[in-house]
Every structure is written in structure tokens, then in C-alpha cells.
Design a protein around this ligand. Structure first.
Ligand code: FNR
Length: 380
């Protein structure tokens, strides 16, 4: 593989390797993709202000959140259907995360078993749930996550229905990929992916397969899953019930307003992932990084805040922490790496991101991520 220096290089490599419908599912967002683009460009509103001659011989990246120690303030966001991109799937990503010091989150609609991920992860691990129409399933997840010693539970609340991802409709994207004339041509043009696909092509959502018949027969893709299995009528009361059932560090993912953050405090959540699902759900929703200040002002230190969406460079992480976040999280960057070259490429990407973080901290004149604050930031 040619040398890949940054997330843009990994994205280009993923685009070369994946058939178009698969790449577009990974890369795309809702409607005109304004929220998707804005998630990253919003970071440009903030400048980093270096403090020179500050003695930055040793840089500390370690920090504490979700009730546990982290080697650096970054989580890998939960992403469903990871098997689509490479046969190393979630297992390869979790191994790479574990070896490079990153926390890993597994999606409900993942293609690896939550118990297997728990075995692999030596770094903090999070299980992401949706509230299903079948409430028994949600309860079962909580029990399985407890039994496997997950560090935190993450409830995603911004997917009442599936977002309008037009690239997927135009491509006739389906899970598992359908063999049509167009898709056969696309597979033939991408032999790496096709060989990979043929190695093992079980795309079922392995953690729910025993409860949902349409999954066992392989006819339920991710959008149909959201629309048919998830409960759009869930309320703060339902969330409160799950917080109590879990009884440990609890993240609500998909909150963006100060009012919702205050509700999250009321029901006993411990953290928020400020997120618009990577611009894949509500088009027009704000960039997560812009939600930090108003939410921090409203809830003080009653909640930990994780900026999820648009993070592409270590400087983005630094800006989020200066604004008052405890950590950041990203999805597409590690998926591009997985598609580009499997587990090793994920490891290479995560390693270079971590090295870049150390470099930028030194250039900023700050030796410890825990002391980053508004002194190092100006609004551009
Ligand atoms: C996601 N995301 C997501 N979120 C979630 O709570 N459950 C899920 O199953 C998925 N699945 C998923 C698949 C793919 C292919 C992508 C790209 C994203 C959203 C994800 O957790 C996260 O919020 C975004 O990826 C963050 O934006 P960036 O980092 O991709 O810009």
C-alpha cells in the first residue's frame, strides 16, 4: 500500500477499494450533506493560540472519563455493518484500538458478537444500544453488557427514523449487497473488495439475530432495521429506565441542545455524545463542536461531553477540549482505514493520529490534555 499520511489519503484509498454503493454508504450523509460538511468546517471558526517556552518535554495524553482511565481522550464511535468494508470487521478495529490505546464502542447493528469484542478490548469498551420496539431486547443488551464488563452503555437517541441518505437510494444500496447487473460490474471492478466479500459474507446483525426473524433470513438492511425495529415513540422516561437498569457510566448520544442536556442530568446520565450521527440523520442540525460552549454553560461539570462528528485532525480534538469537552469520538476516519487495508491500516491510522496529537500539543505549548482550556483558543 502506498504511504498514507492523513485521513484524506485513507478516504481516497477506501474509495478506490470499495464498490461505489458501499463507499457511498460509508461516506455519505443526509439530504445535501450540509451538516456532514459543516461538522468539520465548524472547527475552522476556532483558532489555536500557542503559549511558547512552556516546557513541553513530556506530553501527557492520558485522562479520565466514563469512570475509568483512558490513554488518550478519544473514542471510536459505534458504526453498524462494519463487515461491509473488510472481513476483519469490528474485531480488527477493536484489536487495533486496544493496541494503540483508544476506547472502542460497538454498535447494536454490528457484525461481531459483543462478548467477542469484550474479550479483545483491553482499553475501555462501550456498548451502544437503541431502544427497540421489543423492550425485552433492550433489557437483554443491558444484562449482556454487564456480564461482559463493558465500561459504559451508550444510548443513541437521534435515529427515531432513518435519515434521508439519497446516495444510498440512488445506488440501490442494500444489505447484504444484491447481485444485479450493475452491482456485478461494480464488484468486478473492485477485486480486492470482492475477494474479501467472498471470504466470509455473513452480514447479519449478530447481536440481535436470535430475536428478529427477518435478520436470520438475511432480508433486513440497516435502514429497514431502524424503521421497523426501533421505537420512535421513546421518551425521557424510557431513557431514565435504562439508565437505572444499567447503573453505571451512561452516555446519551445525539443530544445537541442545552435543554436536552439539562434533561440528561435529570435522568442521571453521566455523559453526552454531542452528535448529529455524522450528518447522517437530521440535515441542518448543528456541528457538534459548536454545541460544547452552550451545553457546558448550562450543565457545568454535571456531565462529561464527547464531541462526535467531523474530527479529522488532532488539532480538532485540541479545539474541542479547549472549548470544554472531555473527549472526542470519530467514525468514518477509522472505517476509511479499515476499508483501505484492514486491521493494520486502522492501527497505522490510529498511531499517526496519536503521534500528531503529541506533536500539536508540543507546538501549542501545552504538556497535558487535562489542562487545555479557553486560554489556548480564540474564535476566528
Ligand atoms: C454510523 N453511526 C452510528 N451511530 C450509532 O449510534 N449506531 C450505529 O450503528 C451507527 N452506524 C454508523 C455507520 C456508519 C457507516 C457511519 C459512518 C456512522 C454514527 C457514528 O457513531 C458517529 O456518530 C459518526 O460517524 C461521527 O461522525 P464522523 O466521525 O464519521 O464524522
Amino acid at each position: 500500500m502506498t504511504k498514507l499520511f492523513n485521513v484524506h489519503d485513507y478516504r481516497k484509498a477506501a474509495k478506490r477499494r470499495l464498490p461505489k454503493p458501499i463507499f457511498d454508504y460509508l461516506d455519505g450523509g443526509a439530504d445535501d450533506e450540509w451538516s456532514l460538511r459543516n461538522n468539520t468546517s465548524a472547527f475552522d471558526k476556532y483558532e489555536l493560540w500557542p503559549h511558547q517556552l512552556s516546557g513541553v518535554g513530556e506530553i501527557n495524553l492520558a485522562t479520565r472519563f466514563l469512570g475509568t482511565e483512558h490513554q488518550l481522550p478519544v473514542m471510536l464511535s459505534p458504526t453498524g455493518m462494519t463487515r461491509l468494508f473488510h472481513h476483519h470487521k469490528e474485531l480488527g478495529v477493536a484489536r487495533a484500538a486496544s493496541e494503540t490505546g483508544y476506547a472502542y464502542s460497538l454498535s447494536t447493528v454490528g457484525t461481531a458478537k459483543m462478548e467477542d469484542i469484550a474479550e479483545i478490548c483491553k482499553t475501555p469498551k462501550i456498548f451502544q444500544i437503541y431502544v427497540h420496539r421489543d423492550r425485552g431486547l433492550t433489557h437483554e443488551f443491558v444484562e449482556r453488557a454487564k456480564a461482559s464488563n463493558y465500561d459504559a452503555l451508550c444510548l443513541t437517541v437521534d435515529a427515531a427514523v432513518a435519515g434521508n441518505r439519497e446516495r444510498d437510494f440512488k445506488n440501490g444500496f442494500s444489505v447484504p449487497p444484491r447481485l444485479t447487473l450493475a452491482s456485478l460490474a461494480s464488484f468486478a471492478a473492485h477485486p480486492h473488495w470482492t475477494l474479501n466479500f467472498l471470504r466470509e459474507h455473513d452480514f447479519r446483525f449478530i447481536n440481535v439475530v436470535h430475536r428478529v426473524d427477518a435478520i436470520s433470513s438475511g432480508t433486513l438492511g440497516v435502514m429497514k432495521y431502524i424503521n421497523s425495529q426501533l421505537d420512535p415513540s421513546i421518551s425521557w422516561d424510557d431513557a431514565a429506565e435504562i439508565v437505572a437498569l444499567w447503573g453505571g457510566p451512561f452516555i446519551i448520544k445525539g443530544v445537541q441542545s442545552a435543554e436536552d442536556a439539562a434533561q440528561a442530568v435529570e435522568i442521571g446520565a453521566s455523559a453526552l455524545m454531542l452528535s448529529n450521527h455524522g450528518g447522517r440523520q437530521l440535515e441542518g442540525s448543528p456541528a457538534p463542536v459548536d454545541c460544547v460552549r452552550p451545553i457546558r454553560d448550562r450543565v457545568g461539570d454535571k456531565l462529561e461531553l464527547i464531541v462526535d462528528g467531523g474530527v479529522r485532525r488532532p488539532g480538532h480534538l485540541i479545539k474541542a477540549l479547549c472549548l470544554g469537552a472531555n473527549a472526542v469520538s470519530f467514525g468514518r476516519p477509522y472505517l476509511y482505514a479499515l476499508a483501505a487495508g484492514g486491521e493494520n491500516a486502522v492501527k497505522a491510522f490510529l498511531t499517526s493520529f496519536k503521534e500528531g496529537l503529541k506533536r500539536d500539543m508540543a507546538l501549542l505549548g501545552c504538556a497535558d490534555v487535562q489542562v487545555l482550556d479557553e486560554r489556548f483558543l480564540r474564535s476566528a
